[in-house]
Design a protein around this ligand. Sequence first.
Ligand code: ADP
Length: 394
Amino acid sequence: MWILVLNSGSSSLKFAVVNPGSGEVRLSGLAERLGSEAASMRMDRGGERQTHALKGGSYAQALDLVLAELGRLGLWGQLRAVGHRVVHGGERFSAPALITPEVLEAIRTCVPLAPLHNPANIAGIKAAIRAFPDLPQVAVFDTAFHQTMPEVAYRYAVPEAWYRQHGVRRYGFHGTSHAFVAAEAAQLLARPLTELKLVTAHLGNGCSVCAVLGGRSVDSSMGLTPLEGLVMGTRSGDVDPGLHDYISRQAGLSLTEVTAALNRESGLLALSGLTNDMRELEEAAARGHAQAQLAIDIFVNRLARSIAAMAVSLGGLDGVVFTGGIGENSASVRAATLTRLRVLGFAVDQEANGRAVRGHPGIITAPDSPPALVINTNEEWMIAREAQGLLNSD
Ligand code: ADP
């Protein structure tokens, strides 16, 4: 049996048909710029790639194409469920949930916490219910893994009413990825996950680190929203909370404009004045672009500081895991980060680090160093497994 995994963005739909047992993917793809004239969909079938124009296409039309393809592949009837990535589950969801009208309503009540993401996730769920009315639909939340964080990690030092009435607390994100790579790391280290103190660093366009104690999240660099913490592609990460008021008065910006700039015009893009893409930054830095190098240095410094902070939350450190597009591919970011973590005893094995690129996970530290590992994340597989696990337990 197969699980259709859907990740719905504001104008995009990422999908994969995954075997929850083996992780095998039969069909995957991405529909982009939905709702516009330029809408298109890319489909991958075992190495064979096709692109379809979807002119003005909606989620529903994108799903119709997926449906037709499932029919052609003879997978129609072999689907067990649809698994949806949902960004914010608030305090309500600490595990995946079978989508009922009541669960959908609960996801809707989390919209103020994730105004960009949850409405898109809801639209994707509704379209999938229409397209696959007979299949169970399961929501898998980015925040759920972090619901095990203790109060010392999740509370902000702000008026209590903000927390009680408005849910102002730290939630953490990328939970599916952190949970997946922590379990994979335990296997690679040949030690039980329940005995390990790991820091997992998910470094993609969004970046976060997580303290994983015995397989459970006990701290995360991301907070109320996915803006807190590390420097990211276009997101600032941590800034002084006094910045909003100061810059809104100085530059004549509304709070909404300040928040938008911190989300979309900051991070690596702002520091380099060039791009949000780490690979391009590394190429520019190698050509002598000083601002590109500065952007990388600030990214690495903040990352190393954050990993060290997570070691405090864990009360020790048995290993650091790098994942996501940057974590899996950038040997130089990993080496620079571990060099800054000398204070915790880390020493890079340059050769092993150079070998560990996408598709080749491994341990990248010297024998006398605490281990640092490169693990390929696989959120689609994790969502399929979670969906299957929920259905089996029912
Ligand atoms: P998303 O968070 O959107 O899923 P990814 O996990 O694919 O994104 O990560 C995208 C980031 O990974 C980009 O900054 C990209 O430049 C970086 N990346 C991908 N390949 C490499 C590479 N070979 N070297 C350095 N950075 C890379």
